[in-house]
Design a protein around this ligand. Structure first.
Ligand code: FNR
Length: 187
């Protein structure tokens, strides 16, 4: 059967480099791997009261259900001030609650960080990994993907044009497919 991969992009910017790299991963996905970006921009800010006393936002229910139904989750994120953008952390937190119903528990995850800077979003990448480990999500250790100088890797059409980068993305998505199989939750 096809495997469903939910993709979370940690930037809401229209011209987001991260979204462009996510699109490239979608384009390179092997047959049988269905990647779909799940939007996080309209979730509103997490507030525990909304789960406990309501009104429970319908967008949270739909978001959680979508992630729950996915076989694995791919996170593609920029780094903000050496950490995770608030908009992504908010989405991660919403998906982790209510207590005991976290969608992350046992969910295979991979993280790619993309930056126009030289460090390739290392800080954000590892802060996401830290959260994932704490929530018992098996995060793919390698290949690591810290995409630095990202703007220079795109062609005029906004697509990834650098051949070595394309190869890395191919390795990354192929390895993640295998990781999702190996760590698939037992039925
Ligand atoms: C940044 N940027 C940035 N880049 C980086 O490599 N390390 C960092 O710590 C930060 N910090 C940071 C903070 C804030 C508030 C903003 C808005 C930006 C730059 C960032 O990588 C750049 O804007 C990217 O283009 C953002 O990703 P998208 O939107 O292109 O996907």
């Amino acid at each position: 059967a096809d495997k469903k991969i939910a993709v979370l992009v940690g930037s809401l910017r229209k011209e987001s480099l991260n979204r462009k790299f996510a699109q490239e991963l979608i384009a390179q996905a092997p047959a049988g791997l269905l990647l779909e970006i799940v939007e996080i921009g309209d979730l509103g800010l997490f507030n525990q009261d909304l789960d406990e006393t309501g009104p429970l936002p319908a967008v949270w229910t739909a978001f959680r259900a979508k992630l729950k139904a996915s076989d694995a989750i791919l996170i593609v994120t920029p780094e903000y001030n050496r950490s995770v953008p608030g908009v992504l952390k908010n989405a991660i937190d919403i998906a982790s609650r209510p207590y005991g119903h976290s969608i992350w528990d046992g969910k295979p995850v991979a993280v790619m960080s993309v930056s126009p800077g030289a460090i390739g979003g290392f800080g954000a990448n590892h802060h996401v990994r830290q959260s994932m480990v704490s929530m018992n999500a098996p995060v793919m250790p390698a290949p690591e993907a810290y995409i630095g100088n990202a703007a220079s890797l795109l062609g005029e059409d906004g697509k990834v044009s650098n051949e070595r980068t394309k190869e890395l993305l191919q390795k990354f998505i192929t390895a993640f497919s295998a990781w999702a199989d190996t760590n698939a939750p037992k039925a």
